[in-house]
Design a binder for this molecule. Structure first.
Ligand code: DGT
Ligand code: CA
Ligand code: CA
Ligand code: ZN
Length: 574
């Protein structure tokens, strides 16, 4: 067992004691757990030296428990506590606003011992009768359950990244740091993250730790140590900070970027070469001499590998590719020349067409496609044929007003109806510069029917892009039943691109499916699905997703210059 595992056990003990309404002890266990997490040294080493009781807050009784955990990997006391408290009650504590007291009342009065049962009771208004519980409490608990379900305890990339970047900028500026950056799953660009990890290279990090816990957004300091601290922000996000010596910056950045699986494979490659890799550096096994560690690049090089971009570090073939020099040259934000999916006040957007065009031009786009909804999608203000005709004129005018600064494509995000037909007649679609076809209704069709529906649209000869191809909303709505492989095959044959919808609750296609689509020879179109000017920036999340899908410039439709794009879009329309 390592330090963090022992700390986890102590946290669990504290929860279990809370549920038994034991006084004082939970606080003591939590304090000890935090101190263990903050330790510099390995507990196993402290045990060997007989120094366990030197840990602040750890007395004789706790020291014995730590020893039992380290030597046997188990703890009798924990097992006893677990047997005394109904399984599931600990889980209920994860619901925001439900503390141990509430959990015990719910259990004793209503026999509730799982989140599932709690939800049922709340929906059935069973909490009403209990003293101290009212409608408000029910509402709050239900809200809490929903939040928990939606995120699975994780936060969307698009919500976490700005928070992490602002935190890093605050530390960089106030502490004059050059070695600072985001690590963990956030650096890898995963669609959701468990927490935010920040790494600092600094030989005297005391002031950095102080500044970290003093950040105005901090709600609670979970732990503060000389090289490690951890906070919870007001919005609920947890942020971990680690500081390492400057000579270890690269090795530590590798280590704390992960993924864990990538790290394991890196260490294995090291072992084969007689080397030892950890967060402090790369060392010769026999002499202990440090041979790399100041930069990530030198760590990879010393292992005989090309540099692996963070988005690829999932142990899904990137290390073999790095060894053989066949890593992809990943698409970058700067390679993207325009946005292919934008809504305006003509349908359900909040920004005017003219403002979108202006903003897109300002951010450096060579083109922007205006793609409002089609007539069937009434709740989203879908355009009638006649209104779309008028919008095309407005788009041409907006382009003229831009005086060559930006090309404006007249398009539509046209509904794929349940029989696979498109929501506008051919005669209208053929006059548009770009057509995105999307499913927005009847999500629950069976796989065969849904696949046929989508294939009909893909094969219509009128469609350039299949919009948000799986329909999933991260943490909220599962993808619809669809044979994606068959869709990819048809798309390749018809020259239809798959969208990477960049809105951070969609990211659709996601990373894995991007990779599959590329393997099937399909190109991707990155679009923001912006509904207001500010959303245009979300293109970055589409780019990150594309990178996680191993995509290169040639795989991306909107990496083409305007002229080439027009040729490609026009070329395949009959
Ligand atoms: P998350 O936060 O669940 O989205 O995922 P990560 O990957 O950010 O994981 P996190 O925050 O627990 O740890 C950050 C990185 O630190 C992780 O990607 C790899 C490294 N790391 C953490 N714990 C371990 C460990 O026990 N073994 C190894 N090899 N690496 C670890
Ligand atoms: Ca993390
Ligand atoms: Ca972490
Ligand atoms: Zn849509």
């Amino acid at each position: 067992m390592d330090n963090s595992e022992v700390a986890q056990v102590f946290f669990e003990i504290a929860d279990l004691l809370d549920l038994q309404d034991v006084a004082f002890k939970p606080v003591a266990y939590r304090r000890a757990a935090r101190n263990i997490e903050a330790l510099e040294e390995d507990l196993n080493k402290l045990l060997a030296d007989g120094r366990i009781e030197e840990i602040p807050g750890v007395g004789e009784a706790m020291a014995k428990k730590i020893e039992e955990l380290l030597t046997t990997g188990k703890l009798g006391y924990l097992e006893k506590l677990r047997s005394e408290v109904p399984a599931g009650l600990v889980e209920i504590l994860r619901v925001p606003d439900v503390g141990p007291k509430t959990a015990m009342v719910l259990h004793n009065d209503l026999g509730i011992s799982s989140i599932e049962e709690l939800k049922e009771a709340v929906l059935g208004h069973k909490l009403h009768g209990i003293k101290g519980f009212g409608e408000k409490t029910e509402e709050r608990i239900l809200q809490g359950i929903r939040t928990l379900e939606a995120k699975g305890g994780r936060t969307l990339l698009g919500l976490a990244l700005p928070v992490g970047q602002a935190y890093v900028e605050y530390l960089r500026a106030s502490q004059k740091l050059d070695m600072i950056g985001i690590a963990g799953s956030l650096r890898r660009g995963k669609e959701t993250v468990g927490d935010i990890d920040i790494l600092v290279g600094d030989d005297q990090p005391a002031a950095v730790m102080e500044a970290f816990v003093s950040y105005p957004q901090v709600a609670e300091v979970l732990m503060k140590g000389p090289t490690k601290s951890s906070v919870r922000l007001k919005d609920g996000l947890q942020v971990d900070l680690r500081a390492v010596g400057t000579e270890s910056w690269g090795a530590a950045l590798c280590y704390f970027t992960g993924s864990k699986e990538h790290n394991v494979e890196m260490r294995r490659i090291g072992v084969q070469k007689g080397l030892k890799l950890n967060e402090y550096g790369l060392f010769e096994r026999d002499s202990g001499k440090m041979i790399a560690g100041a930069t990530e690049e030198e760590v990879y090089r010393a292992l005989g590998l090309r540099y692996v971009q963070p988005e690829l570090r999932e142990n899904s073939g990137e290390l073999e590719a790095a060894k053989e020099g066949r890593l992809p040259k990943l698409i970058e934000r700067g390679d993207i020349r325009g946005d292919l999916h934008v809504h305006t006040t003509w349908s359900d957007g909040f920004s005017k067409l003219e403002d979108i065009v202006e903003a897109a031009s300002k951010m450096g786009h060579e083109y922007v496609a205006i793609t409002d909804h089609s007539q069937s999608l009434r709740i989203a203000g879908g355009l009638t044929s006649e209104k779309l005709r008028r919008q095309v004129d407005a788009v041409r005018k907006a382009e003229d007003s831009a005086k060559g600064r930006i090309a404006v494509l007249a398009g539509s995000e046209v509904d794929i109806k349940s029989d696979g037909s498109l929501d506008f007649p051919d005669s209208l679609l053929k006059d548009l510069d770009i057509v995105i076809a999307s499913v927005h209704s009847r999500f629950k069709m069976e796989k065969a029917a849904m696949t046929k529906r989508v294939l009909t649209a893909v094969g219509s000869g009128r469609v350039h892009v299949l919009g948000h191809p799986t329909g999933r909303l991260i943490g909220q709505r599962a993808p619809y039943e669809l044979d994606l492989e068959e869709v990819f095959r048809a798309a390749k044959a018809a020259g239809v691109s798959m969208e990477i919808n960049s809105f951070y609750d969609r990211l659709d296609l996601g990373d894995t499916n991007c990779r599959l689509a590329k393997a099937a020879g399909v190109t991707m179109a990155i679009g923001t699905d912006a509904h207001r000017v500010e959303h245009l920036e979300y293109i970055k999340y589409g780019v990150i997703t594309a990178r996680r899908g191993w995509l290169e410039t040639k795989d991306i439709l909107n990496a083409l210059v305007a002229k080439e794009l027009r040729k490609r879009l026009g070329g395949r329309k009959p």
